[in-house]
Design a protein. Sequence first.
Lengths: 604, 365
Amino acid sequence: MPQDRIYEDLSLLVRRARTVFWIVAGLSFLALAFYWKLQILDHRKYEQMAEANRSRMRVLAAPRGLIRDRDGGILADNVASFKISLLRENVKDEAESFPLVSRLLGIDEATLRTRLDLHRDLPLWEPLVIADGLGPNDIAPVESRRLEFPELVVEAEPRRIYPGGTLAGHVLGYLQEPTVEEIRARPERKLRPGEMVGKSGIERQYDDVLKGQDGAIYEIVDSRGRVIEEGGRVYPIQGNDLKLTLDRRLQAEAERALEGREGVIIALEPGTGNVLALASSPTFDPNKFITRFTPQEWLALQSDPLSPLENRSIRGLYAPGSIFKLVMGLGGLGFGFVNQTQTVYCSGATEIYGAVRHCWFAPGHGAMDLADAIRNSCNIYFYALGRRMSIDQIALAAGRLGLGRETGLDLPGEKEGLVPSVGWKKKALNAAWYPGETISVAIGQGQLQVTPMQVAALTARIARRGPGVRPRLVEDGRPPAIVADPPPAPGEPAPFSPATYEAVIAGMWKSVNDGGTGQGARVDGFDVCGKTGSTQTMSRESAERLARAGRVIKTHSWFSGFAPRVGPKIVVTVLVEYGGGGGAMAAPVAGRIFDLYKQELEPK
Amino acid sequence: MMMIDRRHLSEIDWVLLGLVLLQSLIGAAFIYSSSHFLPGAYYVRQLVWIGVSIVALFLVLAVDYKFFVSLSAYFYGLVVALLALMLVFGRLVAGTKSWLTLGLMQFQPSEMAKIVMILVFARIFAEYKSPYLTTHHTLGALLIAGLPLLLIILQPDLGTAMTFVAIVGGSFILAGLKRKTIILLVAASLLLGIGGWKVGLKDYQKKRITVLINPSGDPRGSGYQVNQSKIAIGAGGLTGKGFTKGTQSQLRFLPARHTDFIFSVIGEETGFFGVLAVILLYFAMLARMFLAVPKARDRAGVYIVFTASLLIAFQFLTNVLMVVGLVPVVGITLPFLSYGGSSLLTSFIAVGLVLNVRMRRFANV
């Protein structure tokens, strides 16, 4: 054949290539012929098969893993239950079918339509759950009318229950159906509509661990939805169990102590960061709304002004009040602004930057060194220290002690709080810092915001004599996560030495055991060390004005401490909203937790 | 190495390029039809990949194919190393370790291995001038193809491994097979086949082959896929159910309806007319590719054009016959039509090589 090519004779290759090409052509023709047979000659047969034999896949939901406390007691379990789904492709006529279905199941027809509208985008063959959490008696009427209702599918599913009711509700969290938006936003998670996924707490944090692998039943059904044959099934695999660090007795006691109030109690081991109790009040019973529907209970919880669904321990932002004096003490001593023996004279009031500031104890404490100032929670001492340190040194100390950032507890949604500084105020409010604000921060007021978990972590750090440990709810055989002190930037002082911590601890010990503000937390033979706090919930000026008018102003009540002083085993942090003075309200509550720990849990 | 100039531009086979683009757009349309109700917007991703692939094709055109051939040994080393790395670190996607994750894009190095093998074989056989292959040469070529092939089989990605048959077999046919060599090859593959069946094949792969012989034996596994696919295509009839109107009920459990089984969707929704049109268009495209064989200026060019064309033809035939149950379900995509970035990119690059050889037929050596 004539070639365009001028260099070598490749005609043999071209001939062979041509042969192969004709084979390809022949096979293509063969394929076409086979499609002709399939689509034209056998069309009727396949059409009938398509009509008559519909395949259906029913998902067998995998039971979630159990959640246990540190002794193996079950906190979250599964029970058998049934759900009923609607197959829209089997609905012949909505106007005829929906009233019957709603009467049969006792669902309001409007509710039913809203529910179906919500998932209008899903393909028609996707079954939509319209009733769940049913027992055998609930499904009997549906099962017996199966032929009349080809659009209804009854399926068994494991349902989550929390045997303890409200016990550790905020820690465990709850499950809900993913919304349409969530399914679309995260295709890689392969969420199914109607599946129950962890929405908060441990259930959400460890959703991947707890959720198992769903199985499936494949079946051939006829056009009326009757199963002709089962084509096989894949069994579901239950999710992995999870063992929490929570102790049931401490948790229950903490929740009892908070009953009827708003507040938080945290107990953790300073050595490991293991959280033994985490109570946030008011709380909720997830059993009441683990369903795909929004019952009254859920709506009520959502609109409750006391926000019972919020986990206050990691999401509640509070001024630390006098608890912050621990940070001031560590910073003042560690950065060299005071030494342990220097005293400040407290006469009950002092004038700073042209304003008169009062100590909470009007007659005055007299000459105070650091330990006594912590014992008596003397404001005058810390006003003086704050003035010496300046706000940026205070912020540096607070940052080193873990304030202003998440503690890293393994629960979703933790807030980081706020440590104000000159730079922060310029950036956030575009305003200059006033020296008077430093004085407020020095006693834990002003813009300062912390979560109770941060206070617990701070207390654990003091108990350990530094460095800090990351609090956790799941131990899982891992060593404690130590939060190493970052190396100081050039010109910054070295990390706090154990001796610095020791000096502050001396004040904390006195506070509880030597007639200080924290004596309510005293437990015989357990050497509790702690610090109280009472946080003003309004500006100092209005508080003083109301006090002059004879009104009783309830402050938020704090206590945070650890025991024993040497070889600390437990940290307890208590916050009671509007509980009054920290010494009167929070300290005795903490005392109850320390006492229970000593009586029942302390490893002998 | 020679950059593209105006003389070359006029030699580009624009008809072939048009056919390729048309196929890709048909593919994207049916990907939309079969997956628009799923989260993930597959058709958008496919359109993005079509864009990326066109750019890649023109990049391939810009450089003389001789330069690629001269670098083929390095490509080979690179791809083997990559495949070996995948085995060690590969993220498990759909049970195989064949995906490389580069940021948001996932990529299969085994797809690239096909292109590399085309270039490697072009280089080996460019200097091979005798009319028939010697046993010595056959074994050498088999060893060279065998190393990446083994790594791909280990992933395990049987589908991609199968396409090596087209590249290796095509090269051997061109080089000339004597009766003795054919007998040797058949005997060796039988031996390997039986041995492989005993020790090498995974259960799911064995099942796919037994299912071919007896499809009703496993209505739920791979036989199920084929049965559903056949019902869908058969129910399509002459004119089909209409775009996006396919009874997804028949195909909804097909895990790969927008990838390996895209042709079932076309068959169901457009009927025999649609199948006829797509197969004719495809055949026209293949013919344009094979027609470039006599236009190659040298031996390496002939090998490149022929093996690249045969690779596409092989995948096309296997896939089209697979979805109606005439060959086992091995996971071979339908080039240009199936969903998948790596497959699309590889196919475009293969066409790019064909165009490259064709437009440089007058180039000075």
